[in-house]
Design a protein around this ligand. Structure first.
Ligand code: ADP
Ligand code: ZN
Length: 763
């Protein structure tokens, strides 16, 4: 089998001059390596399959082969061909997996991704195939070790060997076997034992995937909306073929029930289904519901150990699990008989991966469905404008559910204009009087309160009142956030943190000012205002430990928490029946971002969080504090008016040539030396313009280069960042030009170029 491979490199240059590989007629393998796109190592390279391996090589296996100066590197076997050639090739050394890890369809999908997202095929494969997929991860029953956090106090003296062991375990992404642990920390086993005895390290047996009790739910009587949508979906399933569906269903309209019934239909046909959800809504309740109705369900999320992930991967591949549910990377679940793909909350930014390969799982889902010729359902209360535009143009079939289940009304949203609610002099406060009153009322009526503040920490800025200096990260061009619990200043863009010093480092002034309010400070204010109430916080600081997010959600659902404060993670897809009041502390935060999607994101966030109110009874209420009550994103979200918002925003985007009207890409050049980054970005910018002049002779599509310019965050982790933005009518033209730029090798190893196709963030 031979493939058309983009970007073949010049292989000759990879051979050491003294080597003279033998000529060969017989079987050749194409091997894709996890190497970057820059320069010449792009597509798969051809190798000789030695006679003794011919019987066992299969496409989709990993193999070891010499690469460049390295004697041996692991790559993916992506093609086999028989031919006679007089070219010189090197030989495959050995086969790593006897069984292929990936089938032909997923190979084609990853090949498309490499071309579309402009990275190497090997990079895509390496990121798509879980390390535990090969059946050689720690077997069930093996003793493994994990760090136990939170129990250690400074006065528990540890030996240096013990400290080292804890360090290794903390840094490990998975529980380690004793052998692995000792190898990594190069100590003997007795300090490990004493740590286990003292309760500072957890020793347990690898148990296999944690079972989730299936929840046996009887299908409810479908609402009219649900029934009509379900029928339309059945018609499309029966017709067969690639059928992209956009399901716009308001919050609480019962989209999940429609998914469940569609999946049951698919399973009855002997096929499999794949469901993508945002990470946070992957609750045990959701999974149990799927298990109860759809039988064995594989759950793929980021907190699985490689062994667990691998087991699920194989259950899906063998067909034992009929359904796979998961976050972004679940789109690659190796279902061999896939009949339906569902992407819930398709507008979610978290479906875009922000490192190579920079894919958008929703778009990959649509491509996967297209390659397999099957239906795909994109569901949301607030569809992305890309999907909405596709539906308007008839590329996607639009289905709508405009009413909530059980005849529940949409919750009433009131805007609180903060310009008329000044805080008492000298006081920083987050909660205005009307909001405080609303909270009081809801609590009095035994309801629960959900408060959204999309900013973690105690105060987002610390400044000196005398010289005006705001404390910035040493490595990034952003202010440090004060975290009171740990009394630390933290950078939210890199790992840098330091203990809080009361003195201004510039002028020595001893009283610094905290500016702004984060979730931590909000909890403090609430504790003072509502004594005796249980108030908890859910943001990426409090849910860092796997499982914590579940604990908080469960406690809230059971009524053990009165007020739950959180960042955007509390806005997504959660179903808490007893929420009587949803409060938004500062609706304008996101609008300040220099990103053309800021308005869309704000609208989505507000509409989604408002949708958490009144999901069981008719008295759900939403109070939104804002300085810009007349801003369309805020005003229209308060009226649950998606149609009005999309109309307004699309007109705006059309004028400026932004997506969905034009395609966009972005190149970021990063470097330790600013001038080098500037020069390289200039060079790329010039090349882009020249490339366009040439392309324009045959392709007259609109094309625009913006920049180079310093990125909105001009320095992250000590790397200076300059970006160039591209917009075009024609995705093909855009790709041809980007492909040329992608081949440019940075002049020094200190520079890096990142290409982002369909960028979600342009900071
Ligand atoms: P959405 O995802 O559209 O916001 P959900 O799927 O979470 O809505 O459903 C909201 C709630 O309504 C859930 O608790 C669900 O169990 C319930 N529900 C769904 N369909 C029905 C129905 N036909 N009758 C009664 N309750 C339903
Ligand atoms: Zn930083």
């Amino acid at each position: 089998m031979s493939r058309s491979v983009p970007n073949h490199g010049t292989q000759e240059s990879l051979f050491g001059p003294e080597e003279k590989p033998a000529k060969h007629d017989g079987l050749f393998a194409e091997v894709a390596f996890d190497r970057s796109f820059e320069g010449s190592l792009n597509g798969p390279l051809t190798y000789i399959v030695p006679k003794e391996l011919e019987k066992n090589v299969r496409i989709g296996q990993r193999v070891a082969a010499p690469l460049g100066r390295k004697n041996e590197e692991v790559g993916f076997l992506v093609g086999l061909k028989t031919e006679v050639t007089d070219r010189d090739y090197r030989k495959i050394i050995r086969i790593i997996d006897l069984e292929p890890l990936i089938d032909d369809h997923l190979l084609r999908l990853t090949e498309w991704m490499a071309e579309y997202y402009l990275c190497s095929w090997g990079q895509v494969l390496a990121s798509v195939i879980p390390t535990g997929a090969a059946n050689n991860s720690v077997p069930r029953g093996t003793w493994v070790y994990e760090a136990l956090d939170g129990l250690y106090t400074e006065n528990q003296k540890l030996t240096s060997a013990q400290i080292k062991i804890r360090e290794v375990l903390r840094q490990a992404t998975e529980p380690l076997s004793l052998k692995e642990l000792l190898a990594r920390s190069s100590v003997g086993s007795s300090p490990v034992d004493s740590l286990v005895k003292r309760g500072l390290v957890l020793k347990r047996q690898e148990a296999g995937n944690r079972p989730i009790e299936p929840l046996d739910t009887q299908p409810p009587q479908l609402t009219e909306d649900q029934q009509s949508v379900f029928r339309q979906i059945l018609v499309l399933i029966n017709q067969g073929g690639f059928k992209p569906i956009l399901l716009r269903g308001v919050t609480g309209s019962g989209k999940t029930e429609v998914y469940l019934q569609a999946i049951q239909d698919i399973l009855a046909r002997g096929l499999q289904a794949l469901v993508l959800v945002p990470e946070i809504s992957l609750t045990p309740q959701t999974v149990a519901r799927f298990q109860g109705r759809c039988g064995e369900t594989a759950v793929l999320h980021s907190n699985l150990s490689p062994a667990e992930r691998g087991r699920y991967w194989r259950r899906v591949a063998s067909g034992e699990a009929g359904v796979a549910v998961g976050a972004r990377s679940a789109i690659f679940a190796p279902a061999r008989k896939l009949g339906l793909i569902i992407v819930d909350e398709e507008h979610e930014g978290s479906f875009k991966q922000e490192n190579t390969p920079r894919y958008h799982a929703r778009d990959v889902a649509v491509m996967r469905a297209r390659m397999l010729d099957i239906p795909v359902i994109l569901g949301s209360a607030t569809p992305s404008l890309e999907s909405w535009n596709n539906a308007q143009k008839g590329h996607y079939q639009l289905m709508e559910m405009t009413r909530r289940v059980l005849n529940l009304p949409m919750p009433k949203v009131d805007l609180i204009d903060l310009r008329y609610q000044p805080a008492p002099k000298g006081e920083t406060r987050a909660i205005s009087q009307p909001l405080a009153f609303g909270i009081q009322e809801a609590l009095k009526a035994n309801g629960q309160v959900l408060l959204l503040l999309n900013r973690r920490g105690w105060a987002p800025q610390v400044l000196c009142p005398k010289c005006g200096k705001v404390i910035h990260c040493q490595f990034c061009d952003v202010p440090m956030t004060y975290h009171r619990g740990e009394n630390k200043l933290r950078c939210h863009h890199c790992a840098f943190s330091h203990n809080y010093e009361i003195k201004c480092e510039k002028c020595g002034t001893e009283t610094l000012i905290f500016r702004g309010i984060g979730t931590e400070r909000l909890v403090e204010e609430l504790t003072a205002k509502f004594p005796g109430r249980v108030i908890r916080r859910m943001d990426s600081d409090t849910v860092r430990k796997p499982g914590t997010s579940q604990l908080i959600q469960d406690a809230f659902r059971k009524g053990m928490i009165d007020i739950l404060v959180g960042t955007q993670m509390i806005a997504k897809g959660l179903d808490f029946p007893n929420v009587q009041l949803v409060g938004v502390i500062h609706a304008d935060i996101g609008l300040q971002q220099p990103d053309f999607r800021a308005g869309e994101r704000t609208f989505q966030l507000l509409a989604q969080v408002a949708g958490r109110a009144g999901r069981k009874e008719k008295n759900g209420r939403v109070l939104v504090q804002t300085y810009q009550p007349e801003h369309p994103s805020i005003l229209l979200a308060s009226k649950h008016d998606f149609l009005g918002f999309s109309k307004y925003e699309l007109e705006h985007r059309k004028l400026l040539g932004y997506p969905p009207f034009q395609r966009m890409a972005r190149i970021v050049v990063r470097g330790l030396v600013d001038q080098e980054a500037v020069d390289f970005a200039d060079q790329i910018g010039r090349m882009a313009r020249n490339a366009h002049v040439q392309e324009a002779q045959t392709d007259k599509s609109a094309f625009r280069v913006l920049g180079p310019a310093p990125a909105p965050i001009a320095r992250i982790e000590n790397h200076f960042r300059h970006h160039i933005q591209f917009q075009s009518d024609s995705p093909n033209l855009l790709h041809r030009i980007l492909r040329r730029l992608g081949m440019v090798k940075p002049p020094t190893g200190r520079l890096e170029m990142v290409i982002d196709v369909d960028p979600q963030s342009i900071l």
